[in-house]
Design a protein around this ligand. Structure first.
Ligand code: FPP
Length: 246
Protein backbone atom coordinates (compact mmCIF):
# COMPACT_ATOMS: atom_id res chain seq x y z
CA UNK A 1 0.00 0.00 0.00
CA UNK A 2 1.18 3.50 -0.70
CA UNK A 3 2.57 5.21 2.41
CA UNK A 4 0.31 8.22 1.94
CA UNK A 5 -2.79 6.04 2.27
CA UNK A 6 -1.76 4.98 5.78
CA UNK A 7 -2.22 8.52 7.05
CA UNK A 8 -5.38 9.05 9.09
CA UNK A 9 -7.03 12.22 7.78
CA UNK A 10 -8.84 12.73 11.08
CA UNK A 11 -5.65 12.88 13.10
CA UNK A 12 -3.49 15.12 10.98
CA UNK A 13 -1.19 17.49 12.85
CA UNK A 14 -2.63 21.00 12.53
CA UNK A 15 0.81 22.56 12.71
CA UNK A 16 4.07 21.03 11.52
CA UNK A 17 7.37 22.85 12.12
CA UNK A 18 10.62 21.79 10.50
CA UNK A 19 14.29 22.45 11.27
CA UNK A 20 15.75 21.92 7.80
CA UNK A 21 19.27 20.76 8.60
CA UNK A 22 22.09 19.07 6.71
CA UNK A 23 22.41 21.11 3.50
CA UNK A 24 26.13 21.70 4.05
CA UNK A 25 26.91 18.05 4.80
CA UNK A 26 24.89 16.92 1.79
CA UNK A 27 26.91 19.23 -0.48
CA UNK A 28 30.18 18.01 1.04
CA UNK A 29 29.18 14.40 0.32
CA UNK A 30 28.81 15.38 -3.33
CA UNK A 31 32.16 17.17 -3.30
CA UNK A 32 30.40 20.49 -3.83
CA UNK A 33 30.29 23.84 -2.01
CA UNK A 34 27.68 24.50 0.68
CA UNK A 35 25.61 26.74 -1.60
CA UNK A 36 24.84 23.69 -3.74
CA UNK A 37 23.26 22.07 -0.69
CA UNK A 38 21.07 25.09 -0.03
CA UNK A 39 19.99 25.20 -3.68
CA UNK A 40 18.93 21.58 -3.52
CA UNK A 41 17.30 22.26 -0.17
CA UNK A 42 14.78 24.48 -1.96
CA UNK A 43 13.53 21.40 -3.86
CA UNK A 44 12.75 19.73 -0.54
CA UNK A 45 10.97 22.90 0.59
CA UNK A 46 8.75 22.69 -2.50
CA UNK A 47 8.03 18.97 -2.01
CA UNK A 48 7.17 19.50 1.64
CA UNK A 49 4.89 22.47 1.01
CA UNK A 50 3.06 20.54 -1.72
CA UNK A 51 2.71 17.41 0.41
CA UNK A 52 1.32 19.35 3.39
CA UNK A 53 -1.19 21.21 1.22
CA UNK A 54 -2.30 18.00 -0.51
CA UNK A 55 -2.82 16.23 2.82
CA UNK A 56 -4.70 19.12 4.42
CA UNK A 57 -2.13 20.19 7.03
CA UNK A 58 -3.22 23.73 7.89
CA UNK A 59 0.07 25.19 9.11
CA UNK A 60 3.67 24.58 8.11
CA UNK A 61 6.52 26.56 9.65
CA UNK A 62 10.04 26.29 8.26
CA UNK A 63 13.22 27.39 10.01
CA UNK A 64 14.91 29.00 7.01
CA UNK A 65 17.39 31.33 8.73
CA UNK A 66 18.22 31.75 12.39
CA UNK A 67 19.56 34.85 14.14
CA UNK A 68 22.77 32.83 14.63
CA UNK A 69 23.03 32.14 10.88
CA UNK A 70 24.16 35.77 10.36
CA UNK A 71 27.52 34.60 11.74
CA UNK A 72 28.16 32.30 8.76
CA UNK A 73 30.65 33.34 6.05
CA UNK A 74 29.42 36.41 4.19
CA UNK A 75 29.21 34.58 0.89
CA UNK A 76 27.00 31.85 2.33
CA UNK A 77 24.65 34.41 3.89
CA UNK A 78 24.44 36.18 0.52
CA UNK A 79 23.67 32.90 -1.24
CA UNK A 80 20.87 32.11 1.21
CA UNK A 81 19.37 35.59 0.79
CA UNK A 82 19.55 35.31 -3.00
CA UNK A 83 17.91 31.89 -2.86
CA UNK A 84 15.11 33.29 -0.78
CA UNK A 85 14.38 36.06 -3.25
CA UNK A 86 14.55 33.75 -6.26
CA UNK A 87 12.40 31.08 -4.57
CA UNK A 88 9.78 33.64 -3.59
CA UNK A 89 9.71 35.01 -7.14
CA UNK A 90 9.52 31.53 -8.62
CA UNK A 91 6.94 30.09 -6.26
CA UNK A 92 4.42 32.91 -5.94
CA UNK A 93 2.36 31.36 -8.74
CA UNK A 94 2.31 27.95 -7.02
CA UNK A 95 1.28 29.60 -3.75
CA UNK A 96 -1.61 31.37 -5.49
CA UNK A 97 -2.73 28.30 -7.45
CA UNK A 98 -2.74 26.21 -4.30
CA UNK A 99 -4.43 28.83 -2.15
CA UNK A 100 -1.47 29.02 0.26
CA UNK A 101 -0.88 32.07 2.44
CA UNK A 102 2.70 33.10 3.10
CA UNK A 103 3.71 34.49 6.44
CA UNK A 104 7.03 35.22 8.14
CA UNK A 105 8.29 35.37 11.72
CA UNK A 106 11.53 36.73 13.08
CA UNK A 107 13.46 39.93 13.27
CA UNK A 108 12.33 40.78 9.73
CA UNK A 109 13.65 44.34 9.86
CA UNK A 110 17.21 42.98 9.79
CA UNK A 111 16.75 41.32 6.38
CA UNK A 112 18.34 42.95 3.33
CA UNK A 113 15.94 45.38 1.63
CA UNK A 114 15.55 43.22 -1.47
CA UNK A 115 14.52 40.18 0.59
CA UNK A 116 12.25 42.26 2.79
CA UNK A 117 10.47 43.82 -0.20
CA UNK A 118 10.00 40.56 -2.07
CA UNK A 119 8.82 38.82 1.08
CA UNK A 120 6.20 41.44 1.90
CA UNK A 121 5.01 41.56 -1.69
CA UNK A 122 4.28 37.81 -1.56
CA UNK A 123 2.76 38.07 1.93
CA UNK A 124 0.48 40.87 0.73
CA UNK A 125 -0.63 39.10 -2.44
CA UNK A 126 -1.37 35.79 -0.69
CA UNK A 127 -3.01 37.21 2.44
CA UNK A 128 -6.53 36.08 1.49
CA UNK A 129 -5.50 32.48 0.73
CA UNK A 130 -6.96 30.00 3.14
CA UNK A 131 -5.98 26.39 2.47
CA UNK A 132 -2.70 26.47 4.36
CA UNK A 133 -0.40 28.99 6.04
CA UNK A 134 3.26 28.61 5.20
CA UNK A 135 5.37 30.52 7.70
CA UNK A 136 9.05 31.16 7.10
CA UNK A 137 11.17 31.76 10.17
CA UNK A 138 13.74 34.29 8.99
CA UNK A 139 16.35 35.89 11.18
CA UNK A 140 14.40 34.10 13.86
CA UNK A 141 15.42 33.28 17.40
CA UNK A 142 12.97 32.05 19.99
CA UNK A 143 14.61 33.72 22.98
CA UNK A 144 14.59 37.03 21.12
CA UNK A 145 10.89 36.49 20.35
CA UNK A 146 10.21 35.85 24.05
CA UNK A 147 12.22 38.95 25.06
CA UNK A 148 10.14 41.05 22.64
CA UNK A 149 6.96 39.59 24.06
CA UNK A 150 7.99 40.42 27.62
CA UNK A 151 8.88 43.97 26.57
CA UNK A 152 5.57 44.54 24.77
CA UNK A 153 3.54 43.19 27.66
CA UNK A 154 5.57 45.22 30.19
CA UNK A 155 4.82 48.42 28.30
CA UNK A 156 1.10 47.57 28.29
CA UNK A 157 1.20 46.87 32.04
CA UNK A 158 2.97 50.18 32.61
CA UNK A 159 0.31 51.99 30.58
CA UNK A 160 -2.52 50.19 32.39
CA UNK A 161 -3.68 48.38 29.22
CA UNK A 162 -3.08 44.98 30.84
CA UNK A 163 -2.98 44.26 34.56
CA UNK A 164 -0.11 42.06 35.73
CA UNK A 165 -2.51 39.65 37.50
CA UNK A 166 -4.28 38.93 34.21
CA UNK A 167 -1.19 37.79 32.31
CA UNK A 168 -1.86 34.23 31.16
CA UNK A 169 -0.94 31.89 28.29
CA UNK A 170 -3.34 33.52 25.86
CA UNK A 171 -1.90 37.00 26.49
CA UNK A 172 1.60 35.64 25.88
CA UNK A 173 0.43 33.85 22.71
CA UNK A 174 -1.08 37.07 21.38
CA UNK A 175 2.26 38.86 21.71
CA UNK A 176 4.51 36.24 20.13
CA UNK A 177 5.44 36.47 16.42
CA UNK A 178 3.29 33.35 15.94
CA UNK A 179 0.19 35.05 17.36
CA UNK A 180 -2.17 33.67 14.72
CA UNK A 181 -0.82 30.13 14.72
CA UNK A 182 -1.88 27.18 16.84
CA UNK A 183 0.74 25.36 18.96
CA UNK A 184 3.11 23.07 17.07
CA UNK A 185 1.89 19.44 17.00
CA UNK A 186 4.84 17.88 15.22
CA UNK A 187 8.43 19.18 15.11
CA UNK A 188 10.72 17.53 12.57
CA UNK A 189 14.51 17.94 12.44
CA UNK A 190 16.55 16.39 9.68
CA UNK A 191 20.24 15.39 9.50
CA UNK A 192 20.48 13.37 12.70
CA UNK A 193 20.98 16.29 15.10
CA UNK A 194 18.70 16.09 18.12
CA UNK A 195 18.47 19.70 19.24
CA UNK A 196 15.87 22.47 19.18
CA UNK A 197 18.36 25.26 18.38
CA UNK A 198 16.29 28.17 19.68
CA UNK A 199 13.24 27.36 17.51
CA UNK A 200 9.68 28.00 18.78
CA UNK A 201 10.55 27.18 22.42
CA UNK A 202 7.17 28.30 23.79
CA UNK A 203 5.12 26.89 20.91
CA UNK A 204 6.54 23.33 21.06
CA UNK A 205 5.56 22.77 24.72
CA UNK A 206 3.45 19.71 23.83
CA UNK A 207 4.78 18.94 20.34
CA UNK A 208 5.86 15.46 19.32
CA UNK A 209 9.54 15.55 18.33
CA UNK A 210 10.66 13.60 15.28
CA UNK A 211 14.32 13.30 14.36
CA UNK A 212 15.49 11.70 11.14
CA UNK A 213 19.02 11.14 9.84
CA UNK A 214 17.95 12.11 6.30
CA UNK A 215 19.79 15.25 5.16
CA UNK A 216 17.42 18.08 4.16
CA UNK A 217 18.14 18.03 0.39
CA UNK A 218 17.23 14.30 0.40
CA UNK A 219 13.95 14.90 2.26
CA UNK A 220 10.96 13.95 0.08
CA UNK A 221 7.19 13.67 0.40
CA UNK A 222 7.67 10.04 1.46
CA UNK A 223 9.82 11.13 4.42
CA UNK A 224 7.13 13.58 5.47
CA UNK A 225 4.51 10.82 5.31
CA UNK A 226 6.75 8.63 7.51
CA UNK A 227 6.99 11.42 10.10
CA UNK A 228 3.22 11.93 10.14
CA UNK A 229 2.56 8.19 10.45
CA UNK A 230 4.98 8.02 13.39
CA UNK A 231 3.21 11.05 14.96
CA UNK A 232 -0.15 9.32 14.59
CA UNK A 233 1.18 6.23 16.40
CA UNK A 234 2.12 8.26 19.44
CA UNK A 235 -0.32 8.92 22.24
CA UNK A 236 -0.49 12.57 23.18
CA UNK A 237 -1.53 12.80 26.80
CA UNK A 238 -1.00 16.50 27.60
CA UNK A 239 -0.15 15.52 31.18
CA UNK A 240 -3.13 13.18 31.63
CA UNK A 241 -3.06 9.38 32.09
CA UNK A 242 -3.89 6.92 29.28
CA UNK A 243 -7.06 5.91 31.19
CA UNK A 244 -8.27 9.49 31.35
CA UNK A 245 -7.94 9.80 27.60
CA UNK A 246 -9.84 6.64 26.70
C1 FPP B 1 20.69 24.09 7.41
O1 FPP B 1 21.68 23.32 6.80
C2 FPP B 1 19.94 24.90 6.47
C3 FPP B 1 19.87 26.28 6.47
C4 FPP B 1 20.63 27.10 7.42
C5 FPP B 1 19.08 27.02 5.48
C6 FPP B 1 17.83 26.40 4.96
C7 FPP B 1 17.52 27.03 3.68
C8 FPP B 1 16.99 26.44 2.57
C9 FPP B 1 16.55 25.04 2.54
C10 FPP B 1 16.86 27.21 1.30
C11 FPP B 1 15.96 28.38 1.22
C12 FPP B 1 14.65 28.29 1.94
C13 FPP B 1 13.44 28.64 1.44
C14 FPP B 1 12.30 28.72 2.39
C15 FPP B 1 13.19 28.90 0.01
P1 FPP B 1 23.20 23.57 7.23
O2 FPP B 1 23.78 24.57 6.29
O3 FPP B 1 23.25 23.94 8.66
O4 FPP B 1 23.81 22.16 6.98
P2 FPP B 1 25.02 21.47 7.80
O5 FPP B 1 24.57 21.34 9.22
O6 FPP B 1 25.15 20.14 7.12
O7 FPP B 1 26.22 22.33 7.64
Amino acid sequence: MELKNSILKKRLPKHIAIIMDGNGRWAKQQGMIRAFGHENGTKSVKQTVEACAELGVENLTLYAFSTENWNRPKLEVQTLMKLLVSSLKKEIKTLQENNIKLSAIGSLGTLPKKVHNELFQVIESTKHNSRMTLTLALSYGSREEIINTVKEISIKVKNNIISAENIDESIINEHLYTQNLPDVDLLIRTSGEQRISNFLLWQIAYAELYFTSVLWPDFTKQHLYEAIIEYQKRERRFGKTSEQLS
